[in-house]
Write a protein of this length. Structure first.
Length: 253
């Protein structure tokens, strides 16, 4: 089993000027704190809540979109693509990060993290939400991602188990923030197409039989792609079925 780096005092992440970092204790959920802060108004556009936990890299970004929620939800695949690029740039060359719709991150086939999304409870898919929160979490140490000993669950892993011993919480959060900002800029000017293509190039379940649980009910079929809004396209009983992204995320009802 690859050894995790010795525990050390890490510097706080440095963010691009458009972002303002806010640390929370290791035992706090930065995504939940960001959602609460967005609702109360204590956090606004550009605020980033990040965890001091060294066993994982976790942060949540508050954004104030200028697009309807159905479009703003594309920040989930955009964040996933940013994660893939960020870890790919600073991690080992043999690390294969792949994506499972709507927000699961896998490393060499094992679940290593996730992307989460929240919009106001009263938000409607066709309307512009006041704010959204997009968060990510990547397990560095197996203790942050499973209850058992490393290797007991082949479906779950951590970055240190996959040869990423040189990475740490701070370097990952910084890299993700930079790449996320770059992808947001591209998305703002050129639309979703580039992120859509990049996401599909890392799709873990492409052309595979999958089961999807969503508010509209459980769906089973072969994954055939994503639509232009980030919804899942599956083929079942000779028909192509769409599971909207907002539906899977539980927003915009």
């Amino acid at each position: 089993m690859p050894a995790a780096p010795e525990v050390q005092q890490l510097a706080d992440p440095e963010f691009p000027p458009v972002f303002a970092g806010h640390a929370v204790a290791a035992d706090a959920d930065p995504f939940a704190v960001a959602v609460e802060g967005a609702v109360s108004g204590s956090y606004g556009a550009g605020d980033v809540v990040w965890s001091e936990d060294c066993r994982r890299a976790a942060a949540a970004f508050i954004l104030e979109p200028e697009t309807p929620l159905v479009v703003a939800a594309q920040m989930v695949p955009v964040m996933m693509v940013a994660l893939g690029d960020a870890v790919g740039a600073i991690g080992p060359p043999n690390l294969a990060l792949t994506f499972r719709w709507p927000g699961t991150i896998l490393a060499n086939g094992g679940i290593v993290g996730k992307v989460a999304f929240r919009a106001p409870d009263n938000a409607v898919a066709a309307d512009i939400p006041d704010q959204i929160v997009v968060g990510f979490e990547l397990a560095l140490d197996t203790s942050a991602n499973s209850r058992g000993e490393p290797g007991l669950d082949p479906n779950v892993t951590a970055l240190y188990e996959e040869g990423c011993g040189e990475l740490d919480r701070t370097s990952i959060i910084e890299a993700v923030a930079r790449h996320f900002l770059s992808w947001i800029d591209g998305w703002t000017h050129d639309g979703f197409r580039a992120a859509h293509q990049s996401w599909l190039s890392r799709a873990h379940d492409q052309d595979q039989q999958i089961d999807v649980a969503a508010d509209c009910g459980a769906r089973s079929g072969k994954m055939v792609g994503m639509d232009e809004d980030g919804g899942l396209l599956i083929q079942a009983e000779g028909q192509t079925v769409l599971v909207p992204l907002c539906t899977a995320l539980g927003v915009g009802a």
